[in-house]
Design a protein around this ligand. Sequence first.
Ligand code: FE2
Ligand code: FE2
Ligand code: FE2
Ligand code: FE2
Length: 394
Amino acid sequence: MPTFRPFDERGTPIEDQVMDWRELTIDPYDKIDVDPHTRTRVILMNGIENNATFTKHMIARTTPNIEVRESLASTRRVESMQQQAVNWLNPAQQTILETALGYEQVAVDLTANLAQNEEDLYQKATLNFALLEDFDHLYRYSLLYNQLENGDASEFLKDTIEIKEGRPTKIHHRHPSDEMRKSWDKNTASPKTKMNYFTIVAAEQQTMLYYKAHGFMYPDELARGLYTEIADVEQQHVSQYEALGDGNMTPLEINFLMEVNEAYNYWSYANTENDPRIRQFWEEMMRNEIGHMHEAIALLDRFEKKDPEKILGGDKIDVPIVFEETKDYVNKILEEQIDYQPYNMEYMPEQQIPQNWPSFAYRDQLNGTWIPSEEVVRKSGPNNGDKIIELESK
Ligand SMILES: [Fe+2]
Ligand SMILES: [Fe+2]
Ligand SMILES: [Fe+2]
Ligand SMILES: [Fe+2]
């Protein structure tokens, strides 16, 4: 297994990172031939880059320091270009719903990989908790895909993931107070815990943005409803995950850790990508990110006199993020935790939660008289479950 040592690398100087329109308008992958996990890497890195761009906008809005603003502007411009280049790898003939299936595959396979490599037990439990919800979203979208486009999601995802019911979406809807989570401590959390945090927040945020930006594009009422319902759950996922982070991190510490994380993600995929053209792209982007990291280190040194190794909590990360089949792990978590809910920031079976839990009333209010995630199942008919299982074992 390779080890990521960010401080050993020089990277590409920022002035050499600007791309021209030709380089930015990158050729897409082939929807049919693509390895489903290449698709997940593309979807995730678009989210990582979008998060980098917007976080830098946010930091710039909170500081009057013109030198900080200017340094952020120079790397932010590249983040924005990287985001477009990566996102343009998605082909036009891939429908909105097919891309949505890809988003939920990211949510499942990424979360399972991060959880298996997470030593902070509370962050691990939080990953496992939301894993079962995204797993169920994949199932609901796959039914819609069948109804609207006559598509077979198992075939589209080449059987790399199981498609079946998880924790039912209708019970994901909770009171905002149940988005609260316990935070790790920036002085004691491991580098990998910090990286997992930045990765999953960016991934869930992008999923939320994608559903919100595309749900209105359907004339079909059920499709509009399903995107609305699931986007609202993704909003809760962003909230619960961001709550894991230490609120005492300074903006410049966040900026630095985010750059290390971008580099770490690209490094992981440069090590595992099987499409040579895209692997080369990941390698180039990783060198850019190392360049950004050095810019972030210069800001930390100049304005906060801080040692980057201390902020990361070490000088290396031992394992890459690997996109691979996670069926066994997901089934194990399904078996153990399908009925879990968060109560007072701890996960427990719903039966153990008192009747006055605010989320019970909140859930009833949202579900009202129409639950799109249930109707999509009903509309698929009574044999739908059998059909899904049959497709899996094919
Ligand atoms: Fe970036
Ligand atoms: Fe999801
Ligand atoms: Fe999610
Ligand atoms: Fe960056």
